[in-house]
Design a protein around this ligand. Sequence first.
Ligand SMILES: Nc1nc2c(c(=O)[nH]1)N[C@H]1C(S)=C(S)[C@@H](COP(=O)(O)OP(=O)(O)OC[C@H]3O[C@@H](n4cnc5c(=O)[nH]c(N)nc54)[C@H](O)[C@@H]3O)O[C@H]1N2
Ligand SMILES: Nc1nc2c(c(=O)[nH]1)N[C@H]1C(S)=C(S)[C@@H](COP(=O)(O)OP(=O)(O)OC[C@H]3O[C@@H](n4cnc5c(=O)[nH]c(N)nc54)[C@H](O)[C@@H]3O)O[C@H]1N2
Ligand SMILES: [Mo]
Length: 743
Amino acid sequence: MADLESLIAAKIPGPRTGIEIRKSICTICDPTTQCGLDCYVKDGRIIKVEGSLEHPQNRGTLCAKGAAQRQWVYHKDRLLHPAKRVGPRGSGQMVPISWEEALSTIANNLVRLRDSYGPESIVFYCGYPKHPRPFLKRLAHQFGSPNFCTESSTCFTAMAMAWQLAFGDMAGPDLPRTKCLMIWTGNPAHARPLAARGIKEARDKGVILIVVDPRLSPTAALADLHLKLRPGTDGALALAMAHVIIEEGLYDLEFVARWTRGFEEFRAYAAQFSPPTAEGITGVPASLIAEAARLYATTKPAALMTSAAPVVQNTNGLQNQRAAVCLVALTGNFDVPGGNVVAPSAWLEVSGAGFITREHEFAQSRPWSDMAPRIGAERFPVWTELFDQAQSMALTRQLETDSPYPLRGLVAFGMNHRMWPEPSRLLRAMEKLEFIVDVDLFATDTSRYADIVLPASSSVERSELRAYPQKYVVFTQPAIPPLGDSRPDIDIIFSLAAQLGLDDPLLNPSESPYRSAVDSSCTETRPDGAPDCISAYEAALDWILAPSGLTIDELKKHPGGMFVPNPLPVEFRKYEKQGFGTPSGKAEFVSSVLEKYADRPGHDPLPVYREPALSPVSAPEEAARYPFILGTGTRLPMFIHSRTFRLSWTRCLRPAPAADLHPDDAARLGIASGDLIEISTSLGAIQVKANITSMACPGVVHMFHDYPEADVNSLISADYLDPVSGFPGYKALLCQVRKVSQA
Ligand SMILES: Nc1nc2c(c(=O)[nH]1)N[C@H]1C(S)=C(S)[C@@H](COP(=O)(O)OP(=O)(O)OC[C@H]3O[C@@H](n4cnc5c(=O)[nH]c(N)nc54)[C@H](O)[C@@H]3O)O[C@H]1N2
Ligand SMILES: Nc1nc2c(c(=O)[nH]1)N[C@H]1C(S)=C(S)[C@@H](COP(=O)(O)OP(=O)(O)OC[C@H]3O[C@@H](n4cnc5c(=O)[nH]c(N)nc54)[C@H](O)[C@@H]3O)O[C@H]1N2
Ligand SMILES: [Mo]
């Protein structure tokens, strides 16, 4: 029998070693990944992690980021105590305070600002974390502020808006049943490794793969056809494909005639984009455009995979995305097996989990008409009409101008100012704020601007509900107690509701806000000795879950998650019964929503193609000085936004900030891999290493975002936005590159 010391050294679980496997999830990536996590816990500390084998999402695997979980949880930058600012904003001079002092200071300031400037003067913001959102939005609305906004002002929403404008609903690709997958765009190989597995499996089955991407990404390398376009020219490419499909009679005549609006106008507009014309705009050979159009239109069923970021992070991004989505209407591949399918949203932006909840009813607890107009309402009316948040890209300007009304307070959960274009301008504008709270796991450059900083617990220290498209659901239990004085985000929201004295039965301030299996305040026990406390949080979740038949009590019996019992059946062609969720009830080539705003720039009812506002074609004078296209934020497998730079296991894979350049461009500029280069725009310059790779698109510099020491967003104007969605034009602008020094 092995001696105890070796068993402990080998991290073998069991009563002898005192090592226990506790189930949790990894939320370093949000929102659709959240792999099942086995935490090996000894004496309240995680000593090892593995992917949970039984979890249908990751089936035992973890990526580079998830594998670095312990570095994330136990990092020295973790915030462990509430603190208040004692030095100037940005200095980072903070002193620890008690939770009581922190919560009462926050409540007093929020009430003071509400009395002086109105509840709308306080912004409730949530960055990339998703789990606090329904609760924070409810808190904002109950407090009286319409200004709940999130990172979704740069991500996902504009893509969903394109689907909504065309069909009234978003529709995802039915990967298991499709014969042809057109990925426009996305690089799951780096951005969504688990989805990449599905694509690889489909490919192995013989599914035809078309990939639209300026780079030779690992996903594009798998494709039958790779349409390698100039960034930001997606609309022209899609319209040319539409033109071929229409002129060659390859469209679904019956669907188009019976179910669509504006076909003749669309046909006439698309006629301007012959493949040779589109080749001139996009750089994709005309013959390839025609071939892709034929392949997509004649292989039935075919599915379109759209992504949250690349197409819509352009100054004409929403219209470009609409043009691509119109191909689904043209070919009738909407809501059919193997095409693009509408599945009801379950929880936190996950659709098709086999159940529905009252998430939106819970979050939107007050009608908009009861509150002041949201941030961005005047500037981005289509956003405001279609989406139930404020547009946080309009924050900088509203702070600067106090128009239409002043903003004076900010309550932020996971705020990273580098998410915005021209972040220094946002920080300057934030000087107007009289009171800032930031809740984060880590001390960050943004939290240094807050008056009060609160320490959040990580996913392994909290309970949270997650849904999965594999018809799986989990309500996790904490694997370890919260580190230091940290508390789960949702606990903090309930405590704030209590402190503010909000009379809301669903944020139930009269009860203890948070109790859990590791919380000693829970003294009631079940017959088996397990803790038996329903917290206000759990009661709220039970209310939210009611339409699903799931209960927190049942979910707690399955710590690693469970398959949804009796999942909702998948239905197809739902439009035949209920029409489309557009104003006309049809799929719209000509948008009736955009028709209302047609006098505004960029709000064309047809999916009109326009050049990126800064491109060699639209701004030739600027291009003479800044001859390269700058594309930012292309995902790297080991980094996720601002999150994993600080972890040595991930950071060592690319220690210094680096930009990707094509070998031809590098040779022309005399740049070798590892050389220090400068990337500049009219706003400023950053210095990074050159990473020379034939994955890069010739003429384009690709630079990951969020590096504190080389922040590429500092080179992009805060006003470089899509006029309809408000999304920043992160994927295409102009820059210059020069060599600074040799490696
Ligand atoms: N140039 C450029 N800019 C971009 C993009 C791009 O492609 N190019 N992409 C855009 C896109 S698509 C997105 S989604 C955004 C990313 O949006 P961001 O919000 O910038 O994302 P992160 O930096 O991951 O997270 C923000 C903060 O949340 C904190 N955090 C993490 N977990 C928790 C938690 O459990 N609780 C709390 N309270 N805080 C937590 C992190 O420590 C971090 O400080 O960036 C956008 N910005
Ligand atoms: N490791 C890691 N994974 C992530 C993230 C991360 O930061 N790190 N972020 C997560 C988030 S928030 C998001 S939104 C997703 C994004 O997920 P993806 O969209 O899959 O990833 P990206 O790398 O942003 O973009 C995909 C491709 O778009 C191409 N592209 C760039 N500009 C254009 C353009 O103008 N038009 C077209 N058609 N293609 C273009 C790029 O070359 C790139 O290969 O990734 C998620 N997953
Ligand atoms: Mo995103």
